[in-house]
Design a protein around this ligand. Structure first.
Ligand SMILES: [Zn+2]
Length: 435
């Protein structure tokens, strides 16, 4: 019964009796003075979780189907698969810096160690996991690449398919059309990991620092359950937060790649004091400074303007509209149903200025771009977000004088740490290029 390999399916006692295969079964909820959910790891009191039947349920993972005190989590350990041939068609070359990281990650895996790839934005992370993926599959192993964001999964899927054309890769996310089937290579959102149990020999988690992954204990629990007992993780991040690095120090090998694909350093943000940034849309006098810098950046590149909220973005967009032709400027947020289309048009250079919220902080590449952050001191802009946004500039191709401006009216720890990290990575890059 392949469909059960490495899965955990919620069943009642009666459902289980109809199964005609061997299986393992655990209680869905562990009940003591408190209740612990075996699927999401949440602890909670009996009072909040009592059903009219006097049974209990877990309110914290109900989006994956209700699990009650009558439920069992049914799974089956996969049998060991023999080594096999894996078709791998990637023919491009890694840069020497990428090659080093790729080899290290592979050898960590062979020595049963976890890895974190800490690679700056624009360094080509995906190519560096091909070797370890291939090795895992060739040895009969099962692998998954999970990301907290659907967009990333969708973008990754065709690339992985192209490189491993015979793997029949499975793409899973909430509301995806694909129905689960047992296979060796899966790409999924981190939320899909709740359905797996001791499934993967290799579990690659992209953007380990991104929302909604960061800080969600349930996802961390699901991720642990999804890995086989001797399975190994490869984490990917351009901006691992300090607390994460600290927690991985003992158990993970940290592989740093400070050099971008094109070998130019990361663009260091320019900090520009802007007393009135918060209300700059209120008058021509207050907006003057913004327009001055915007026009300066536009001489070389198109401009992305990151705003701390949708409300603010719309106000600013309307005000700036008085100074530019309407066909040149646009705004986009997560709530925008034309989001994809607008991003595409910006990519083609049809707009000169795109106002946005943090939705474009990662995963998107534009040519010929500079960025401005309005209110870099706002608490929505954490160190990671600031580094990610700065990383949108000068990602590939020829050099176009892309710039990064942080407008702020208060110094914050995040601003200081973001600038320090960018400079530190540039120093490391310089050293590694001269070795
Ligand atoms: Zn739960």
């Amino acid at each position: 019964m392949e469909a059960l390999y490495g899965r955990q399916i919620v069943m009642t006692k009666e459902d289980q009796d109809t199964l005609d295969c061997t299986y393992q079964s655990r209680r869905g909820l562990f009940i003591d003075s408190k209740i612990t959910c075996q699927r999401c790891g949440s602890h909670f009191s009996k009072e909040i979780a009592r059903l009219p039947t006097q049974d209990y349920y877990c309110p914290y993972c109900i989006q994956f189907g209700r699990i009650t005190s009558q439920s069992y989590l049914v799974s089956q350990e996969e049998k060991e698969n023999p080594p096999r041939l894996v078709t791998f068609t990637w023919q491009e070359m890694l840069t020497p810096a990428q090659q080093e990281v790729s080899c290290n990650v592979l050898s960590n895996f062979q020595q049963h160690k976890h890895s974190l790839i800490w690679a700056v934005t624009g360094s080509g992370k995906t190519e560096m996991i091909f070797a370890v993926l291939r090795y895992c599959l060739q040895n009969g192993g099962r692998a998954a690449i999970a990301s907290p964001r659907i967009d990333v999964c969708r973008e990754l899927y065709p690339r992985i398919n192209e490189v491993f054309p015979k793997e029949n890769t499975l793409l899973l996310y909430g509301n995806s059309n694909e129905i689960y089937r047992y296979n060796a290579l899966t790409i999924c959102t981190t939320h899909q990991l709740f359905h797996f149990y001791h499934a993967f020999d290799l579990l690659i988690i992209d953007e380990i620092d991104a929302f909604p992954y960061e800080g969600d204990k349930r996802l961390a629990f699901a991720q642990k359950n999804a890995l086989k007992k001797n399975g190994k993780y490869v984490y990917l991040s351009a901006t691992p937060p300090t607390h994460l690095l600290r927690s991985l120090k003992e158990t993970f090998c940290i592989e740093k790649l400070p050099v971008r694909f094109h070998k130019r350093p990361l663009v260091v943000p320019q900090l520009i004091w802007y007393e009135n940034w918060k209300y700059c849309y209120q008058s021509n006098w207050k907006i003057k400074k913004f327009i001055f810098y915007l026009k300066k950046l536009l001489q070389d590149n198109n401009v992305l303007v990151f705003c701390p909220s949708i409300y603010y973005m719309q106000k600013l967009y309307t005000k700036v509209g008085e100074f530019f032709h309407s066909s040149e400027i646009e705004c986009v947020s997560a709530q925008d149903k034309y989001r994809e289309e607008k991003v595409q048009r910006m990519r083609k250079g049809e707009y000169r200025i795109l106002f946005c919220t943090t939705i474009l902080e990662r995963g998107v590449t534009f040519d010929h771009i500079s960025v401005i952050i309005m209110g870099a001191n706002h608490n929505i802009f954490s160190k990671s977000v600031l580094v990610q946004i700065a990383g949108r500039v000068d990602r590939k191709g020829a050099y176009h004088y892309g710039q990064v401006l942080f407008f702020y009216n208060q110094q914050t720890q995040a601003i200081g740490e973001a600038c320090d990290e960018i400079k530190r990575m540039n120093r490391l890059a310089k050293e590694s290029l001269f070795v």
